[in-house]
Design a protein. Structure first.
Length: 93
């Protein structure tokens, strides 16, 4: 099993220390960048809220994003499955 490395991450105004595999660190940092940018965006749109409110809004936004958008492997898998269905439908015609 790969050795886990400690990584300090910041979400909103809080710092967390997590352990991750070195191969996942870049993806985690990209995700955190997106999350923190969205927090700033929501703070601009909805002033006067609590940080917990902004984080909740961002998590709902993030969870409802198209999975294929953030996961090319999933997109290929879905495309292959749809092609198989299409081929089966063509056989029935």
């Amino acid at each position: 099993m790969a050795e886990l490395i400690p990584v300090n991450i910041v979400i909103g105004d809080r710092t967390y220390r997590i352990k991750t595999s070195p191969s996942d660190e870049e993806a985690i940092r990209r995700t955190l960048k997106t999350i923190n940018e969205k927090i700033v965006e929501f703070k601009t749109q909805f002033s006067g809220k609590d940080m917990q409110d902004y984080i909740a809004m961002v998590m709902i936004w993030y969870a409802t994003q198209t999975s294929a958008e953030t996961n090319p492997a999933l997109e290929k898998e879905m495309t292959d499955a749809l092609l198989k269905i299409e081929q089966q439908l063509d056989k029935v015609k």
